[in-house]
Design a protein around this ligand. Structure first.
Ligand code: HEM
Length: 529
């Protein structure tokens, strides 16, 4: 029965997996043999990771708490960036730890990140291979692709689509979608978290697929959210195990501990739909002549073969996967801090009133005149970086840094949080204080906190688009609304207090705040926009 089951399952898997369980003549290999081979292979593979060819020390780090799992128990499930920042005090800017056979190097300061990810970008531009992510079909994502030809082609497409002069052509879309957000805040302020999610999704869906999302339950947005949600869920012990010991991917689904296969299979279905459904919609519109210009239609019209079409699908789907929730995280952080820091809000509003008056809504053309708003924007990125641990780089060769050994295949975790909360650079780092970006003579300093968008050849190509959406939201919301604490039924203020979630991206947990238009004029401006 097991054999039948395995055969059935193997229909779902790729050819490699099928071949692994049969002799060349097609006879099934007994499971006992397979398991013994797997165990031997794992021990062999694991021992190889322990072998240190150069006899140089790894960077310092916490001693492993178990021979097999290494430091698996030392990495907390909640906000690991705080533990890593603690390790910086004990071990320094470069910290090594191991989980099963996977070597991890935490980079805790800006200069070391530049040295490794930028100056040595020929070695430090890979991504760590993550088996569960491949099994889930997420290897479509340009952001997760290994440093190689496929990534290079798509990276070029990204750079073309989102370079500074091209993103200016998206200003109208962004203005329209931010106006929708303002209207939402005016009419249903308690629903502000949904409005924030909508603005980020609406900008990307419009830029990429020329799709105007429906305000509620948009099919494509729900699909993308469910797919991205699976990615966040993919951090569970079974997944960690198969990531660290990739050979385990060949375990049959029924095998104890191989439940990751079931999870991955379900996730893969969603991933395929997210990749294909919106592109099919654009292609249909192109066929019947109703397609509006957008990134997908532009790229599709230049495709010469199926390979080009595949790259187009990957770039378009990655735009949403990498660009929506990151933008949401930063806008949510802005809403949270503004409700918490009334003095900052007042100062920003004074500047907006003084520079542009209160009879129009700020536009992108005002950006260079609103210095305090710019400082506030930077402080949002710094105070709560959307990706506190960036996106891990990988090493494509062995390397030596200051006499310490960094092996090929190591995961390089850029601890952005430690950088944005380095008290030597940002005194009193937990306080939200835009003034820290001004020089003594009242000019903006040159720290644009751009490193929150990553380093080197893998730096975020969507940073200009993201910066524009976030800035316009900040400037217009400050110009038109007052945010602050809500009152309870007894007239007492409800404190604005929320912790932030753990994940690749971090968001505030739900909290309450009041959002009211600053004046009748502000209300009219929103309604007339
Ligand atoms: C606040 C918003 C955003 C933040 C904080 C952010 C941050 C980041 C970070 C930290 C990385 C990893 C960089 C590295 O590996 O060193 C990254 C990569 C990436 N981002 Fe963004 N991002 C944002 C918005 C966007 C948007 C709007 C798009 C697309 C339209 C986008 C597309 C990408 C892509 C494709 C990559 C992978 C690049 C590669 O691997 O070559 N991001 N982003």
């Amino acid at each position: 029965m097991y054999f039948q089951r395995l055969r059935k399952q193997s229909l779902h898997h790729d050819k490699v997996a099928k071949a692994s369980w049969c002799y060349p003549d097609g006879t099934q290999i007994p499971y006992g043999v397979i398991i013994i081979c797997l165990v031997l292979f794992m021990i062999g593979a694991f021992s190889r990771t322990q072998f240190q060819p150069l006899r140089l020390p790894y960077p310092p780090g916490p001693p492993p708490s178990s021979w097999l799992g290494g430091n698996i128990k030392d990495v907390p499930g909640i906000k690991p960036w705080l533990r890593y920042t603690d390790w910086k005090k004990r071990y320094g800017n470069l910290v090594h730890f191991r989980i099963y056979g996977q070597h991890n190097i935490i980079v805790n300061d800006y200069d070391t990140a530049v040295e490794l990810c930028e100056k040595r970008s020929n070695v430090f531009s890979d991504r760590p291979s993550t088996t569960i992510i491949d099994l889930m079909g997420w290897d479509f994502s340009t952001a997760l692709k290994p440093y190689g030809d496929h990534w290079r082609v798509e990276r070029r497409m990204f750079q073309q689509a989102y370079k500074p002069d091209v993103v200016m052509s998206y200003w109208d879309i962004q203005t329209q979608k931010v106006q929708d957000l303002l209207y939402g805040l005016l009419t249903t302020p308690n629903d502000f978290r949904n409005h924030i999610k909508t603005v980020a999704a609406a900008v990307i869906m419009s830029v990429v697929y020329s799709h105007d999302i429906s305000p509620k339950d948009d099919y494509y947005v729900k699909l993308a959210e469910a797919t991205v949600g699976k990615l966040s869920e993919s951090i569970f012990p079974g997944a960690a195990m198969v990531n660290a010991i990739p050979i385990l991917r060949h375990l049959p689904e029924w095998f104890p501990g191989a439940g990751f296969h079931t999870f991955a299979r379900e996730a893969r279905k969603l991933t395929d739909q997210m990749l294909n459904a919106p592109i099919a919609m654009v292609e249909k519109k192109m066929e019947n002549g109703t397609a509006q210009p957008c990134l997908a239609s532009e790229l599709l019209s230049t495709c010469k073969n199926e390979k080009d079409r595949m790259h187009t699908k990957c770039v378009c789907a990655t735009s949403y996967a990498a660009g929506a929730d990151t933008t949401v995280a930063s806008i949510e952080a802005f809403f949270y801090v503004i409700a918490k820091y009334p003095d900052v809000q007042r100062k920003a509003q004074e500047e907006i009133d003084r520079v542009i008056g209160n009879d129009r809504i700020p536009t992108f053309n005002d950006r260079s005149s609103l210095l305090y708003v710019e400082a506030l924007f930077r402080e949002v990125l710094r105070w709560m970086p959307a990706l506190p641990l960036g996106l891990a780089h990988g090493t494509s060769a062995d390397d030596i840094y200051e006499g310490q050994y960094i092996p090929k295949g190591a995961s390089i975790i850029v601890n952005t949080w430690a950088m944005t909360h380095n008290p030597d650079v940002y005194p009193d780092p937990d306080t939200f204080n835009p003034d820290r970006f001004f020089t003594e003579d009242g000019k903006l300093n040159d720290d644009e906190v751009l490193y929150t968008f990553g380093f080197g050849r893998r730096v975020c190509p969507g940073r200009h688009l993201a910066s524009n959406t976030i800035w316009l939201t900040i400037a217009t919301v400050l110009a038109l609304f007052n945010m602050g604490k809500k009152m309870d039924a007894d007239g007492n203020e409800i404190p604005v207090e929320a912790d932030f979630t753990t994940g690749l991206m971090t968001h505030p947990f739900p909290y309450e705040c009041s959002i009211v238009p600053r004046s009748d004029v502000a209300e009219r401006l929103i309604l007339d926009a």
